[in-house]
Structure formats: C-alpha cells, structure tokens
Design a protein around this ligand. Sequence first.
Ligand SMILES: [Zn+2]
Length: 324
Amino acid sequence: MKKIIFYFCFVIILIFVMPMIFTNKFKTEEVLSSNMRNQEKFDYGDYSKIKLLHTENGSIEELDLDTYLYGVVASEMPANFEMEALKAQAVVARTYTIYQIRNGNKHENASICDSASCCQAWISKENRFARWDENFRIEYWKKIISSVDETKGKIIFYNNEPINALFHSNSGGKTELAINVWGGNFPYFQTVETNGEDAYTSYNSEIEISKDELITIMLENYPEFEINFDKENCIEIIELTEGDRVEKIRIGNIEVSGVEARKKLGLKSAKFDFEIIGNNVKFKVIGYGHGVGMSQCGSDALAKKGMKFDEIIKYYYKNVVISE
Ligand SMILES: [Zn+2]
C-alpha cells in the first residue's frame, strides 16, 4: 500500500511539478534575453549617434553613443579600478557627452573630440589593447563593456536637464566649485571631501624650477614683471578657494590666479604650496586636475568602501536624479 502511495506521489510530481520547474526556467531565460534585447536597442533619441573628432588627424567618425563610451571609460579610468567606480565613470561620461551635444560649441562639425584637455579622452580598442598587459586584456575589456552596458540609458539630471558632468583625476581630498575655475555657476557642484585619495600616485607631485626659469616664464606672460628674491614674501599665496586651492598668488609685483599659475607653470592642480630653496623654487602639488565634479580616484576609494555607482555620483553631484 505504501508503495502505491509512493508511486502516486511520484506521478503527481512528474505531472505537475516538473513542468513548473521547466516553465520557470524558460521564463527566466526569456526575461533575460528580452532584457539583453532591450539593452542592445536602447534609444537615446537625438543622441543615439555621436560624431567623434580624432584630434590627431582631424577625421570625424560616427559612432553609437555607448560604443563611443567604451573608448572613453577605457581611456579615462584605469581598468583595475573597482567595478562601481567604472560604472560611475560610464554614467558621468555619457551625461557629459549629451551635455556637450546639447550645449557645447567646441567643434563645428563634431559632437565631441578625443582630447582629455578639451572634451574627454577616447582610445580605440586596438590602441588600448596594445597598452594593456596581455594577461589582463580580456578581463579589463570585459569590465569596460560591463560598466557601459550595465548602466545603459542612465543619465544624470538636474532640473530635468542633463548636467555638465565634469570630472577629474584626483581632488587631493576636497573638490572645487566651478566658479573658482571657470567662473560659471552650477548648483550641483559643491566642495566635497573624500578620504583615501592619497593612496593614488596622482595625489602628490612636485615641480622644481630655477629662479631664472621662473623669471623667464613670468616675463613671457607679463612684460612688466619684476621680482627681488632677497625680499621676504617675494612670492606669497594671498587667498585660498573653498576647495583649498590657490585663489590668488603674488609672484614679485604680479598677482595671478591659482588656475593661471597652474597653467603657466605646468602644475598638476591649483592646490599647491611653494618653497624657495637656494636658486630654485619648488612647487609642491596636491591632486590632479581642475577639481570640479567627480574625482576618479575618490570614486574608486568610495567604491572600495562599498558605495554603489549611483551613490558615488550623488556624492559628487548634489541634488541630481539619475534616469532609470
Ligand atoms: Zn574637444
């Protein structure tokens, strides 16, 4: 009798439960593949295609937005950074690109160029592979692709407009207001402090030039320049910005902004101090880049502490919304 009950139950399982398991399995696969299809077909409307200017030869290439972004993330952020940092970079780069298409007028026939100092850096897969260690190429490229694909469609908005998603390498511990760099005022840029950026090589740098070299550089830019190195305070930092960068520095009889001094002296950032040592002037620099918006090293440091890409983005750009 027990045997009959056992077989009865077995048959019931065969008839009802097994099909449920298989149906569920197929359903899951169907949902997954339909998600993949949606991802492949994501429509950014007017911004689906971009015209990329190659600064090396002046040629213009038309690319799908997200295909273009593979080359941006690959060029802008080290692929050994945390996945969440790479995803934040993908969303930031996508938003920056759309902002440039809508508001930028840097290039007449192109949406954007491949120069980091003008727009944002871009590198072809072939050139990227050539520079990566052979053992890491596949793993790194997969991470780059995932960072863009897993954030497909995501764009950062403020007041329903894509933001000017500026970013930089290393804030040196504290980011900067856009107004202190370019004069423009964007409410979503505020000074933000990040711990852990000193663990990256871009945090510290130094430039030491002779007094004569400094005089030459200053005279090239300011013909009325004079300096007496015997005088105390012949060079003086007068004011700091909200982000602890040099707002104004007086060199001899000339007052220049920190941003200007950075450019003329070739410093990695405007967060610097100086020391006169014998015949030389040494500039000790903290951080790398203009300091506005997302810090790339900071985002990696935050990801290491467990922050997700959307939390990282909202940490650096205030009161923004990320599209679903
Ligand atoms: Zn450009």
